[in-house]
Design a protein around this ligand. Structure first.
Ligand code: ZN
Length: 346
């Protein structure tokens, strides 16, 4: 039987801006609360080999809504032929129980998708393109400039009625093309900001980012937008393909980033990035930040209960580790001989 020790007894000071340890506190003083956007039901479910029943999707989103997320990427308004796994987008959006304070965002590929999303009362539209020409051609079957002009048309049509976020794929490199110049990332980022988008998500689609690169890219983005009155809300989206996911989260936090995408269980991946495993596991990242004393707004115990349902929902094991190992202070009983070795009677 496991014993739960109340973190408030032993843990670091709770609340915003209270990371444990003196030097860490200096490094992260600029970051207050850290907020998470859960993407498992979109980024994760879209590439699952079997269709996740609509009722299961709705139950999962309703459970996630109770965990303290800032945002949940519910689904995608792509063509049901392109992504059959998310063909129930309207029904899911119509039947979830919306919790005040949680934003329900959806992926939108084009004008038709934006119209459907707005009919479904999405709180935000997430547009996506890749900064790598090859990845954009492989994933979206068009040149980057065609993607840009198509998304610009969506932004014009929406005309501020719904906030827009743009996710830029492959910002830290492309598995087919190699290095993607930082100037290219900055250029697309700035062009979207100039169209009035509220936020940008900087994605490491292929899990190629390392912490030093993360700090360099974020510093360049901050420098580019520092002078702007309409500086975008920046979110970082990491994959754990090469085991660097949480190191990259920490590097980003230390660079002043306060918003992250995460996928429950570490679900997801990219069909055009061979061997790519999933997104960072939300619960593993939140557990790390929680242990360090950051305010993530998430009820971690509740989130882990939901995370432990993931293998049943998707029908296979998932990469997330804390759901299996338990939290740092979920103690295990010592073997009986430990008491004997101590000279205690049992
Ligand atoms: Zn992803």
């Amino acid at each position: 039987m496991k014993k739960r020790i109340d973190l408030s007894d032993a843990g670091p000071p709770q609340g915003a801006n209270a990371p444990a340890g003196g030097s860490a506190a200096h490094a992260v003083a600029s970051v207050g609360a850290i907020r998470f956007n859960e993407v498992a039901t979109r980024d994760g479910f879209q590439i699952e080999p079997t269709f996740i029943p609509t009722d299961d999707k709705i139950a999962l989103i309703d459970a996630l809504s109770q965990c303290g997320y800032a945002k949940i990427e519910v689904t995608s308004f792509t063509s049901p032929k392109a992504i059959p796994m998310l063909r129930d987008a309207e029904e899911v959006m119509g039947r979830i129980q919306r919790v005040p304070g949680v934003e329900y965002t959806v992926l939108v590929p084009n004008v038709r998708g934006a119209e459907r999303a707005m009919e479904s009362r999405a709180d935000e539209l997430n547009l996506v393109m890749s900064v790598s020409e090859t990845h954009n051609l492989a994933n979206l079957r068009m040149l980057r400039e065609k993607s840009f002009s198509g998304l610009a048309e969506v932004i014009r049509l929406v005309d501020g009625r719904t906030p827009i976020n743009v996710s830029l794929s492959c910002c830290f490199g492309c598995q087919m093309e190699g290095n993607v110049p930082l100037a290219t990332v900055l250029s697309f980022a700035e062009r979207f900001v100039n169209l009035g988008v509220r936020g940008l998500t900087i994605c490491d689609t292929t899990g190629m980012a390392h912490p030093a690169q993360v700090q360099a890219v974020i510093a360049a983005l901050h420098a580019r937008f520092a002078h702007m009155a309409n500086a975008p809300q920046l979110t970082l989206h990491f994959h754990n393909t090469r085991g660097m996911g949480l190191a990259n989260v920490l590097a980003a936090v230390q660079s002043g980033i306060a918003r992250f995408d995460g996928s429950l269980g570490g679900l997801g991946g990219c069909p055009y990035a061979p061997g790519a495993s999933g997104n960072i596991s939300s619960e593993d990242a939140i557990h790390m930040l929680d242990a360090m004393g950051y305010d993530t707004g998430i009820d971690l115990g509740r989130l882990l209960d939901v995370a432990r349902q993931m293998p049943r929902i998707v029908g296979h094991d998932v990469p997330g580790q804390v759901a299996k190992a338990g939290r740092i202070l979920d103690l295990h009983p010592a073997p009986a001989y430990v008491a004997e070795l101590r000279g205690e009677t049992t």
